[in-house]
Design a protein around this ligand. Structure first.
Ligand code: SF4
Ligand code: SF4
Length: 172
């Protein structure tokens, strides 16, 4: 009896190992293979543009005020029709996020009146120096499509007077 029991246990163990060998592997070969993130995933921020290339950010700093980690720094400057970055009077001439402070709560996204700041799907954030953790506007701003002009743009006077776009449905 003392001999049979260990043999049976060994056979059960080997059977489990054999069964696992036939199962589909769950390991992902990162970074060659990447798993898609969930729809509500909050990754690195992106500063959005309108379709015509103008920046959605109007430099109001509401995101900075809402941030519980004091991770955002915004400095705004005046737009002109000769040199327009965003609709309305002002644009963010400096926009920085300290990624070491950020806790990815999404409060900045909620506070933004123009939906300019969005937490995207990028999660590959690595740096070897604390200073590299401060992402400037140049790193955060969305790239433009090939046929769209970069900012600043020369625009027609009196067209881009509203900083915040009119809402089709205010309940939205
Ligand atoms: S996600 Fe939260 S912590 Fe990060 S910058 Fe936005 S408000 Fe601040
Ligand atoms: S991202 Fe939004 S809330 Fe922040 S400064 Fe720009 S417009 Fe204002």
């Amino acid at each position: 009896m003392r001999v049979v029991e260990p043999v049976v246990e060994l056979a059960r163990g080997l059977l489990t190992t054999f069964r696992m060998m036939l199962d589909k592997p769950v390991t992902i070969q990162y970074p060659e293979q990447k798993k898609p993130v969930k729809a509500r995933f909050r990754g690195r921020h992106v500063l959005k543009r309108y379709e015509n290339g103008l920046e959605k950010c109007i430099g109001c700093a509401l995101c900075a005020a809402a941030c519980p980690a004091d991770a955002i720094f915004v400095e705004s400057s005046e737009n002109t029709d000769e040199q327009r970055y965003s609709p309305g009077e002002r644009y963010a001439s400096t926009y920085e996020i300290n990624m070491l402070r950020c806790i990815y709560c999404g409060f900045c996204e909620d506070a933004c009146p123009t939906e300019a700041i969005v937490l995207g799907d990028q999660y590959e954030l690595s740096f070897t120096d604390r200073r590299q953790s401060i992402y400037p506007k140049e790193m955060l701003i969305e790239p433009v499509l090939a046929d769209v002009k970069l900012t600043p743009q020369k625009t027609e006077p009196g067209v881009y007077t509203r900083s915040v776009p009119e809402m089709k449905d205010p309940q939205d």
